[in-house]
Design a binder for this molecule. Structure first.
Ligand code: UN1
Length: 512
């Protein structure tokens, strides 16, 4: 394959612009502005975007609030038609948007396309959902009465998303919000603004085909922290759905709660796997390799801790170390390498600091060094690190957003479950076992305390059909499938008296 980096005529900025052109993004949105956008693939600048300020945020929320008044009246199946068209437009744009995800987030080609597929999948889900936004009919204690619940549109949804899934997370929120009757105002990560502009352009095409949707149904706000804060503080934003670090969530959650807004928080993960004596080791090896090294360790669902039973440790850990030493690392635009770059220098520095801390705590580090022969100096590629740890201490207790897998031995099942749960985050988890008792115990009330608990697959790569999210410091939010839609609607309990009497509940008498 031609190595474009060594082709002197190749320019990532031009490549980016060509992709943006094909996706129909107006160049005025990404040229001549103050927010510089860089590709982690080469470290070079790709664009300079004009930024929104607090007044522009307020104006956008105002437009969204106005759009809400019209959109909430549109029948849900008709709202679903817009999302069906969005799914069609995404299918048509899949190759280009997938490449833009690779350019901006550094994902491998397969994972860039996989992210767009996740967007298409949630659209399909939401279209079906648009005919299934139903409540219960509930038995009432009063004769001649009927009690039911109705789900109504909630209001403006503010979406704050992270660089690592720059478009899928928006689509989980937007596909549901739109069928639920809610407009969306989106503040993407300042590291990945171009994929946001592209997604909005794709949605604009669906809106044009749809015909009569209100102005301001979906808007993108470009900028940094102040833009996010203005969105979080605006009382007209009924729901803030925020994905990012636990640190960010600690600020966003209380602010939204203080104004009695609703929030969906998808924060850090410190996801673990357990390899038991009966595990299918070949399968476990592959699942762990993808879970821990995929997306260069930059998924919130990345496997970061691994507990291996004493009896199989020497069979699987040396093989894993070998896999770490041989995994292909490279430019995701010109190769099919499985591991791409870290997002920036700060991510690489955090990785190195965690590895130093692990060494200081008695860990043995395999890999983790910078890889410099695949890209210019401004890019940060690293060999994923496997660290054998004597205990779950120091950096093992924290999420470092980089490909580091801490491996620990265990001998007792009850104890390993305790250890598994003894971290702040509670997103995803998995066990590798062919023992029914262990599998069921792991999934039981006294097993994994995470929002996602898997058997014989890794921690990452969830499908959109299930509710996605986790407990404890992960924030408790649920997005995507199952009944996560309820977070985007308000529930009304309705009691209707069709009798000629007025019996009071609880047998209360009040005769006047
Ligand atoms: C994230 O990293 O923020 O389960 C989301 C997964 C993906 C989503 C990850 N479907 O790994």
């Amino acid at each position: 394959m031609k190595d474009e980096l060594h082709d002197m005529t190749y320019s990532i900025a031009r490549d980016t612009q060509e992709v943006l052109d094909r996706l129909g993004v107006d160049p005025a949105l990404y040229t001549g502005g103050t927010l510089k956008s860089f590709s982690p693939v080469t470290g070079e600048q790709t664009a300079a975007l004009p930024e929104h300020d607090a007044a522009a945020v307020a104006a956008a929320v105002g437009r969204a609030a106005e759009a809400f008044r019209a959109w909430r009246e549109v029948p849900a199946p008709r709202r679903g038609e817009l999302v069906r068209l969005l799914g069609e437009e995404l299918r048509a744009a899949k190759t280009d948007l997938g490449r833009l995800v690779s350019i901006e987030a550094g994902k491998s080609p397969s994972e860039g396309l996989g992210e767009v597929q996740e967007m298409i999948d949630i659209c399909d889900f939401a279209v079906g959902l648009s005919r299934q936004l139903y409540g219960l009919t509930i038995a009432t204690e009063r004769p001649g009465h009927r009690m039911m619940e109705t789900w109504h549109p909630l209001g403006v949804v503010g979406v704050i998303s992270a660089f690592n899934f720059p478009v899928a997370v928006w689509s989980w929120n937007t596909a549901l919000a739109l069928v639920c009757g809610d407009p969306v105002v989106w503040k993407p990560s300042e590291k990945t603004p171009l994929t946001a502009l592209a997604s909005q352009a794709i949605l604009n095409r669906a809106l044009a085909r749809f015909g009569d949707a209100p102005e301001g149904l979906s808007q993108v706000l470009i900028g940094g922290r102040e833009v996010g804060e203005a969105l979080v503080d605006d009382p007209r934003v009924a729901l803030v759905s925020a994905t990012g670090s636990t640190r960010m969530g600690r600020q966003v959650g209380p602010k939204v709660a203080a104004r009695f807004g609703r929030s969906i928080l998808e924060l850090g993960g410190n996801n673990a796997g357990i390899v038991t004596p009966s595990a299918d080791l070949d399968m476990a090896l592959r699942a762990i390799a993808f879970g821990a090294m995929g997306t260069a360790g930059q998924r919130c669902t990345t496997m970061r801790r691994l507990f291996v039973h004493d009896s199989v440790y020497d069979q699987i850990v040396p093989r894993l170390i070998k896999a770490y030493a041989s995994v292909s690392i490279g430019n995701p635009l010109t190769t099919q390498a499985l591991v791409g770059p870290l997002v920036d220098r700060a991510a690489f520095d955090a990785m190195q600091a965690a590895l130093e801390a692990a060494k200081a705590a008695g860990g043995t580090v395999h890999g983790g060094e910078r890889v410099t022969d695949v890209a210019p100096d401004a890019a940060f590629y690293a060999r994923p690190a496997l660290v054998e740890m004597p205990d779950q201490t120091g950096p093992v207790l924290e999420e470092t957003f980089a490909p580091i897998l801490y491996v620990m031995r265990y001998s007792d099942f009850a104890q390993v479950i305790e250890q598994h749960n003894a971290v702040g985050a509670g997103l995803s988890s998995s066990i590798f076992t062919l023992d029914l008792r262990e599998a069921e115990a792991f999934l039981s009330a006294s097993g994994s305390d995470c929002g996602i608990a898997n058997v014989n697959i890794g921690t990452s790569g969830a499908e959109i059909g299930g509710a996605f999210g986790g407990e404890k410091e992960t924030g408790g939010g649920r997005e995507s499938g199952s009944d996560a839609w309820k977070g985007y609607m308000r529930r009304a309990t309705n009691t209707i008296n069709y009798s000629r009497a007025l019996p009071l509940a609880q047998g209360v008498v009040f005769d006047i």
